[in-house]
Design a protein. Structure first.
Length: 396
């Protein structure tokens, strides 16, 4: 019997100046020497890294810096982090950044306590049985990795690259520090991309084949509306604290399991898995890849249940049409307009890609594991379905 489960153990500190608590939180969680994992220069330029290190020094905590996290985080960097953590005899990992730094840190946390190859957890060869402790200071509202059980890593040691997720509750951070002010400097493009990812985490859970629960549906729709409204506010005024706070909290709640509570299937997730193959091969921004695919996915699967789309369109946009099918098409178009208002593409051409039939076949084969894997829950997708979705997205 399929059961719905909700588990969200991460301790959250939210608000202005929250990062000043990191030293105290690390001490409370038993840390003595911390591997600080972050991305590029923004953490340094903004002085955030210096403030974090000062907080650690004030609590007499040792630390080692480990930068270099990139979008679509790389396995090669994870291996470097595992080696450094062991060499320096660290006992805690602190990720400072967005989803890339956090996902990379999670992989390091799995790898440092495992005798085998950390890629085992992403290839499906093994499952984590333990993990090094991990905390997070978030600087980008997007992936929700700060409260989720998910980590997605790109294997850059293979040709073509593989981008695969590992889902384990062991990977949920001990604590997450969320200061919306840390997202003021996020670019318009990354703001739009991040907000799209937040909405997609919610939509993936909304479209499922299980029983429907009004409270969960209303939670999801309220979150979607809030992200839509507050993304436009943040794009207009990047230092709008209320808008940034709404997006930051929505990002966490969209992916910690709350918007699937009561749903025994967990959602569809086809678009995410299709996009993983797209960004593995073409290194596109995750949110932009999702928006480029979603409309084509929706048009392909909508006849499974037009009423589900119609209900969403009525609640989100006030769409009323004579038939559910007409309302469904209007709903898909309305969501594409939302993504466009975020500065996001709604097709592969708008994403800057020109794919050949051979390119599309390669994407479909990778997505379907050479025809061995079926994706989805709202509608089951085989190899030919995946090929059709990529083909439709390539026309736009």
């Amino acid at each position: 019997m399929a059961l719905s489960r909700y588990f969200a153990p991460t301790y959250v500190v939210f608000g202005r100046g929250a990062e000043e608590e990191c030293g105290t939180l690390l001490r409370e969680n038993g840390a003595t020497k911390v591997l600080i994992h972050f991305g590029g220069g923004s953490v340094v330029r903004s002085s955030l890294l210096a403030r974090v290190e000062k907080s650690l020094e004030e609590r007499n905590l040792s630390f080692v810096e480990f930068g270099g996290a990139k979008p679509n985080p790389r396995l090669s960097l994870v291996r470097e982090g595992i080696e450094l953590y062991k060499k320096e005899k660290c006992d805690f990992i602190l990720a400072v950044g967005g989803g890339s730094a956090i996902d990379s840190a999670k992989a390091i946390a799995y790898g440092v306590v495992y005798d085998g190859d950390v890629w085992d957890f992403y290839s499906g060869k093994s499952s984590p049985e333990k993990v090094a402790p991990l905390g997070v200071i978030l600087t980008l509202s997007a992936t929700g990795s700060e409260m989720s059980n998910s980590s997605v890593i790109t294997n850059d040691e293979k040709t073509p690259n593989d981008k695969v997720g590992c889902n384990s509750d062991l990977g949920r951070p001990r604590f997450a520090i969320l200061n919306p002010e840390l997202t003021f400097s996020v670019s318009a493009y990354q703001t739009g991309s991040g907000s799209t990812d937040i909405m997609m985490h919610t939509l993936e859970r909304f479209f499922h084949s299980g029983e429907r629960f009004e409270y969960t549906d209303e939670n999801a729709i309220t979150l979607l509306k809030s992200v839509w409204k507050n993304t436009l506010r943040a794009l207009k005024n990047p230092e709008d604290y209320e808008a940034r706070a709404a997006l930051m909290w929505a990002g966490s709640l969209s992916h910690n399991g709350l918007t699937a509570a009561g749903n025994p299937t967990g959602g569809d997730w086809s678009c995410h898995r299709l996009e993983h193959e797209l960004s593995a091969l073409y290194d596109v921004a995750h949110g932009a890849g999702l928006s480029a695919i979603w409309g084509s996915w929706a048009r392909h699967v909508c006849d499974t249940d037009y009423s589900r789309f119609a209900y969403l369109g009525w609640k989100m946009f006030g769409i009323h049409e004579k038939t559910d099918k007409e309302a469904c098409i209007k709903t898909i178009e309305a969501f594409e307009d939302v993504f466009r208002s975020f500065g996001m593409p709604v097709g592969l051409h708008e994403l800057g890609l020109e794919l050949s039939p051979a390119d599309i076949e390669a994407l479909a084969l990778k997505s379907s594991w050479n025809g061995q894997r079926v994706l989805g829950d709202f509608m089951k997708l085989g190899h030919e379905d995946m090929k059709a979705i990529f083909t439709e997205a390539n026309r736009r």
